[in-house]
Design a protein around this ligand. Structure first.
Ligand code: PGA
Ligand code: ZN
Length: 421
């Protein structure tokens, strides 16, 4: 047992150039751990509230209130606490917050502190975080979901779909999965350049989606897979994050690019048509967070063939996962530490998913930093899958590179068997 001696909060900056919260948990004896809160752009209605200052400075995105929450409320409560008691610390922070959605202290303050505590505990145990989390149990390297085109809220809503990703389903090792993705990513860029469509990259490092329709994006992705020398669906498959809450509400879905409005059934049918025509193995938030019925119907229709992931719909919340399992809506959960607020809550959501035989994917946010905690969570908690955005920009590559280091230890790679369906 080692006690927390100091909790330091500081303002650092994220990949979009906005302020965010870093917390450093220091222990008696000199060891320490750090955590940085990421930031979403397409946030779920029910996720933990990110505490921002508002007002004119820094476009309202200042974090001095969140830093004050750490310094004035969280730090005094944590000092002297056993760093290894993650659950106790997380519960204490949730109690200190006292709101259902972390609006008082801020999900950003809690997430950074929770992760810093976890890193400090691993450092104190003299173990890499993934190993500390695994606690002697056998774990696998995660299957990567990597973005090739960014869209939706991450690309000025240039296309409706938020993430067009690939999963190297034919890869027999983690390194090979990254190598295959590298080839597809650059083949896609070359294709865009030849067509005069290369206009830079979106928030998570995927190519800017200069497409006339959502289907053109899908067609281009298939061509990029082929151009890289792979068989679509066999070597490399497609994963989509529709992020439908961004353009759907009350059962109506407005496809801006095509100027069409669909009801829930028509939206499902359009997506089912894509699943028939394209090698899609995973689809996230196909319908909006308020469309539980639609999600259940969609899962009934295609859930035996593809992984259906709840992000905005489930917001890393165990109770919401349990309700969705009961309603048979989705068959996999996306897990984001700052969506829940604490590591303990993320673990509860993961347990609820695993108990139901669901798939699980630990995920980054669109606003990220050099923090690599999610790679350790995905591996150490044996989540099976990892989503960190694209294969460019160092806030993304820091995570893939950390995974490369973990892979070097010889952990097994489950490959496509990690997918639900
Ligand atoms: P966000 O989106 O981080 O911008 O909220 C990521 C996702 O929807 O998976
Ligand atoms: Zn999502």
């Amino acid at each position: 047992m080692n006690k927390i001696s100091e909790v330091v909060a500081r303002r650092v900056w994220d990949s979009r150039g906005w302020p965010t919260v870093e917390v450093e948990v220091r222990l008696a004896g000199g060891r320490s751990g750090r955590g940085i809160a990421p930031a979403g752009a397409s946030r779920g209605l029910h996720e933990a509230v990110e505490l921002r200052d508002g007002g004119p400075a820094l476009s309202g995105k200042g974090v001095s209130r969140a830093l004050a929450a750490v310094r004035e409320t969280i730090a005094p409560a944590l000092i002297g606490h056993d760093v290894a008691d993650q659950e106790g610390i997380d519960r204490l922070m949730v109690a200190l917050d006292g709101t259902p959605n972390r609006a008082h202290l801020g999900g950003n303050a809690l997430a950074a502190t929770s992760m810093a505590t976890l890193f400090a505990a691993a450092a104190d145990a003299g173990l890499p975080l993934w190993k500390y989390l695994a606690g002697g149990k056998a774990v696998d390297l995660p299957l990567p979901q990597i973005q090739i085109f960014g869209g939706g809220a991450h690309a000025g809503r240039r296309i409706d779909i938020q993430d067009l990703m690939v999963i190297a389903v034919g890869a027999k090792s983690f390194d090979r999965a990254l190598e295959m993705t590298c080839d597809v990513y650059h083949a896609a860029g070359a294709l865009m350049a030849e067509r005069g469509q290369l206009q830079g990259i979106a928030d998570e490092g995927g190519w800017w989606p200069a497409f006339a329709s959502n289907e053109e994006a899908l067609d281009t992705l298939v061509k990029a897979i082929e151009r890289a020398g792979f068989v679509p669906g066999e070597d490399v498959a497609i994963a989509l994050d529709i992020a439908a809450s961004e353009f759907g509400e009350n059962g109506r879905y407005r496809l801006a690019l095509e100027g069409r409005e669909l009801d829930s059934d028509a939206m499902s049918q359009m997506l089912a048509g894509w699943i028939d025509r394209y090698p899609i193995v995973s689809i996230e938030d196909p319908l909006a967070e308020d469309d539980a019925k639609g999600l259940a119907a969609f899962t009934r229709a295609v859930g035996a063939r593809v992984q259906i992931v709840g992000d905005d719909f489930l917001v890393t919340n165990a109770a919401r996962v349990e309700a969705a399992v009961e309603a048979k809506a989705c068959n996999a959960v996306l897990l984001k530490p700052n969506q829940a607020g604490t590591v303990t809550e993320l673990r509860a959501a993961l347990r609820a998913a695993q108990a139901a035989g669901w798939g699980s994917i630990v995920s980054a946010r669109s606003g990220e930093t050099e923090d690599v905690a999610i790679v350790h969570l995905a591996t150490g908690l044996n989540a099976g899958q990892l989503k960190v955005g694209s294969f460019a920009r160092s806030e993304r590559m820091a995570k893939w590179n950390e995974a490369v280091r973990i892979a070097e230890t010889g952990l097994p790679f489950r490959g496509k068997a990690a997918l639900a369906h």
